[in-house]
Structure formats: C-alpha cells, structure tokens
Design a protein around this ligand. Structure first.
Ligand code: AMP
Length: 377
C-alpha cells in the first residue's frame, strides 16, 4: 500500500517523499481513511509506530480543504494535547515537516519556559495548537486561548497523561471544547481508567490497535547483565569501550542517579548528558540536539523526561536500573529498532531487581539472554 492509496493530497505526498517515507505504517494504513471521513478514533499504539503521522496527515488534509486563508482571522481549529514538552515539540516538528506545502499555521505551548513568545504566537493567530495540559489551562485562564472553534481534538499518549496526574487539567480543557468535533484518542495501554475517559469523549469511534504494549520488537536484541548495584557504573564504562555502541540512551530511575552516571562517564572521557525534569527546557533541548547530531554519545534519562524522545538510528538502549513496571521496559527498549532498523537493549540487574525482571519476561513472554562474561559478574 502507498500513501497515494490513502487518498492523501499532493502537497502531503510531496512532503512525505521529502521525509523519505516510502509506505504508510500499519497504524497509518488503518487510521488515515477513517480520520479523513471525519470519524472519531481510538488508537492503541505506542511511540515508534508512526502514530503522529497517522493523525497529523489527515488532520492537515481536512484543514487544508477548508478555506483557512484569511490570516487576519485565524482561530484554533485543531488542538493536540501531549503529556510532555518533548513530545509536544516533536509533534510540532512533524506538523512543520508534513505541512510544509500547505500554509497552515501552528504553534506549541508548554510549561517551564516564559510565556511571552507563546502568547505572541497565539495572538498572531494559529490553525493548529500543540500543547501540554498545564500551560494550556494557564493561558486559557489568562484569556490567550479560545477553543470554541476547535473541530479536531487529539489526545496523544492519554495513558501517560493520566499517570502524570493531568486528569483534572484535562477535564477543565475538555469542558471548553465545542460539543461537535472530531476526537482522536491515542494511548499505549487500555487500562480501565483510560477506557472510561475515552468513553466520555468519543462518539461511535473506530478502534485501531497495533503492536500491543506487551510485544517487544523482534528486531531488538535483548540481554541482561547480573551485577551488584555498586558496580553498575563501572560496568557501563566498560561496555562503552565497545565502539559498536554508536549511541546509547541510558535509563535511570531517579534524576540524581542520572546526574551521577553522567559525571562518571564524563570523567572517563565519554561525551554524556542527562535529561530530566530538573533541567531547564533549554538544557534539555540542547542535550537532545547534541545527541541527535552525534556530538553526545550517551544520553541519560529518566522515564518521564524521555517520553516521546524520538531518535532515528539509536543503536542501544541501556536499562541502568530495571523499571518497576514491565510496560515501561517495553516503552524504553522500543526507542531502538525503529522502522525496521535493528537495535540492542541491555539491562543491568542487581539482586534486588530480580522480581522486576521476572515481571518483564512474563509480560513479553520472552527469555532475555543472560551475559555472564563480564568483569563485574
Ligand atoms: P511516532 O510513532 O509518531 O513517534 O513515529 C516514530 C518514527 O517513525 C518517527 O521517527 C517518524 O518520523 C517515523 N515514521 C513515521 N511514519 C513513517 C513511515 N511511513 N515510514 C517511515 N518512517 C516513519
């Protein structure tokens, strides 16, 4: 199947050619036709499946077919909510890329930075607004955002939004949306509270599901190193002597832990940066940019900060600590092995983490290969 078969308009097809996408991913194949027909949609998909394009392309197309060409009278026609600033920025970048030939305006608002640039962009008028819930509500309360003309409402990573405690903010935002609109709801899990929220929002939705969260990509080679907690940093340094680790996203449980790992790596001459909630937005963006353009070899992240980080050609994911939630493991290692590429996921497991590892193997129904030959076993 090609993008042409999905009846996408020429300006979008040209933008996709420029991105080098040759064919739609399964979520795109299944979602785009329904969204173009104006239907509500429940999409069960995690990052890495191409879900951003699955909603961005048809929404851009629907908006372009309406006459939006009066820049002096622009109002928000599509609202996209994302749980983190990183994800909001990535969605925004995708909209810039896919919408490059359309002349549809958009802006992104998120917390942790001054609001002036954001309110100025809003005052100039935008067709699409990408936002994190807290800052959106704040700017709504200050009168900078009006949602009464929204025709397309997209909730991305709804499960993570609930995990992060955004439910009340979400409810307040939803209350201000017009009753008649198209709603697209994406979540990586289908927990009962997610279904409850979805049911309050969606009208006769089409349901689309790809790669359930319990499945780890076949192309990702997974292994585990049993190691004492106090030896983990030495093991990481040792493994990074291997030059086939082109770049690695390392996950730690805490912000403090992330900083400690980075310090140790820098001491041994490895270019590393941490990305977590205590870092300023500009520091996070700088670190991410350095990692993407290979100036930084190792990015150390906590789960929340890393959500939505999208790096093409990530060779390794390293679980410095085993996550307590097995689903988190699946999310983490899904950062590598994207779009058909192969990748490696290494996990460091201390004695006290054995139960977490068992949960992961139960969820993924896979035995993870144990590497015994290392100096810290
Ligand atoms: P997402 O699930 O939206 O985070 O997308 C994951 C990655 O897949 C991003 O790097 C996209 O640029 C990329 N991508 C999305 N759609 C396609 C496609 N049809 N072909 C190749 N890559 C894609």
């Amino acid at each position: 199947m090609s993008f042409n078969d999905l009846r996408l308009i020429k300006p979008l097809i040209l933008a996709l050619e420029k991105k080098g996408y040759s064919q739609p991913t399964p979520i795109q194949q299944q979602s785009i036709p329904h969204i173009l027909e104006g239907k509500d949609l429940f999409g069960c998909a995690q990052t890495g499946t191409g879900k951003t394009a699955a909603f961005a392309l048809p929404v851009l197309q629907l908006l372009s077919q309406k006459k939006l060409n009066n820049p002096s009278n622009r109002s928000i026609k599509a609202l996209i909510l994302a749980p983190t600033r990183e994800l909001a920025l990535q969605i925004s970048q995708s909209i810039s890329d896919y919408g490059r030939n359309l002349g549809i305006s958009h802006t992104t608002i998120f917390g942790g930075v001054g609001q002036k640039a954001q309110t100025m962009a809003l005052q100039r008028g935008v067709d699409i607004l990408v936002a994190t819930p807290g800052r959106l509500l704040d700017l709504m309360n200050q009168g900078f955002v009006k949602l009464n003309n929204v025709e397309h409402f997209i909730l991305d990573e709804a499960d993570r939004m609930l995990d992060m405690g955004f439910i009340n903010d979400l409810r307040k935002v939803i209350a201000k949306l017009p009753a008649k609109k198209q709603t697209l709801f994406f979540s990586a899990t289908v927990a009962p509270d997610i279904m409850k929220l979805a049911n309050t929002l969606l009208v006769n939705p089409v349901s689309v599901s790809v790669t359930p969260v319990s499945s780890t990509a076949e192309l990702i080679h997974q292994s585990v190193y049993f190691v004492k907690k106090e030896n983990k940093r030495s093991l990481l340094n040792h493994l990074l002597l291997d030059n086939t680790i082109h770049n690695a996203l390392v996950f730690t449980r805490t912000k403090h832990g992330a900083d400690k790992v980075v310090k140790e790596l820098i001491k041994t001459g490895i270019k590393a940066e941490a990305i977590h909630g205590n870092k300023s937005q500009s520091a996070r963006e700088r670190a991410l940019k350095g990692f993407k353009n290979s100036q930084i070899r190792v990015l150390v992240a906590t789960d929340i900060a890393s959500r939505g980080i999208d790096i093409d050609k990530l060779s390794h994911v390293i679980n410095f600590e085993i996550p307590e939630q097995a689903e988190t493991y699946v999310h983490r290692i899904g950062r590598t092995g994207r779009a058909g590429a192969s990748g490696k996921a290494l996990s460091f497991c201390a004695r006290e983490e054995m139960n977490y590892l068992k949960d992961i193997q139960k969820l993924t129904k896979k035995n993870i290969e144990v590497v015994n030959a290392h100096p810290f076993s």
